[in-house]
Design a protein around this ligand. Structure first.
Ligand code: SAH
Length: 274
């Protein structure tokens, strides 16, 4: 395969949530450029590829986007099969669209591969159905963190009548809360804050719009986390979903030593971010 870049979603963390197509792309890859939020355990699918970490967090110096672009272009022009592996879905707050356009404009073939985005996975792993007949007729994915530091239209979102799933919201909890209250969303609207969704160290803090900031402080909520705001967030997670899944995660303990090491490094690096 020549001059091709796959922009691949690695899902939220649980390696079992990788798609079969992502596994195939990794199997064909000669170069894999990996973001920080990707669980390194998925690299078992590309044992022969050159791995290049290009993350922007985790205490490392950030890799400028322009450099990532040029690196992808260089390897693709060498005729290498390149996989750009991103956390969650490449096109949900993942710059997948931007990178695809940039590469296509330079004549590089690009293929996008969906991943399960953290917001959807986090809710499901916590037993929350983001849409539910008679309770929520839609869902809005929104980031609390914009490049120009402007605020999302919280007041308009408060009136949307959909479940809100907020990404990158941990450092903006007060603004999210204030904006939605000002927009008229009821103070007792349920809120679920889900940290490290789908990983063995997943934690959930259940609260309400009135108390979310205070409760998150007490809980010591850390990034990466998503916020689910709406009636469906009151649904209990004491069902079998999350526990069954965490149990499956323990299978990682049976993977080769190296991977277990990578997993512990991963957990450590997530801690460092916070
Ligand atoms: N493309 C990614 C999102 C990248 S933006 C996706 O589709 O999931 C980074 C944000 O995603 C984090 O700040 C956090 O809000 C969310 N996130 C990513 N992984 C997460 C996880 N395992 N648990 C909770 N939130 C996560």
């Amino acid at each position: 395969m020549s001059a091709k870049v796959w922009l691949v979603g690695a899902g939220p963390g649980d390696p079992e949530l990788l798609t079969l197509k992502a596994v195939r792309a990794l199997g064909e890859a000669q170069v894999v450029m990996i973001d920080d939020l990707v669980n390194p355990a998925v690299l078992e699918h590309c044992p022969n590829a050159r791995i290049i970490p290009v993350g922007k967090r985790g205490g490392c110096r950030s890799t400028p986007q322009a450099f990532i672009h040029r690196l992808m272009l260089r390897y693709a022009r060498q005729g290498k099969c390149v996989v750009r592996l991103k956390g969650g879905d490449p096109c949900i707050f993942g710059r997948g669209g931007e990178e695809a356009e940039w590469l296509s404009a330079r004549g590089i073939e690009v293929e996008l591969v969906n991943g399960i985005t953290a917001g959807l996975a986090g809710a499901t792993q916590s037993g929350i159905s983001l849409t539910q007949r008679g309770v929520a007729r839609g869902v809005t994915l929104v980031t609390a963190h914009t490049q120009d530091d402007s605020s999302p239209e919280w007041q308009a979102l408060a009136k949307s009548g959909t479940t809100l799933v907020v990404y990158m919201g941990v450092s903006k909890l007060e603004q999210v809360q204030a904006g939605l209250l000002e927009g008229g969303l009821s103070a007792d609207t349920p809120v679920a804050m889900i940290e490290n969704a789908s990983l063995p160290q997943q934690r959930e803090c259940r609260s309400s719009l009135a108390d979310m900031y205070r409760d998150a402080l007490t809980f010591k909520l850390k990034s990466p986390a998503i916020l689910v705001i709406g009636e469906v967030a009151a649904r209990s997670s004491d069902g079998a979903f999350s526990r069954a899944d965490h149990h499956r995660n323990s299978k990682l303990a049976r993977t080769p030593d190296g991977l277990v090491r990578m997993m512990s490094n991963y957990a450590a690096s997530i801690d460092e971010i916070n």
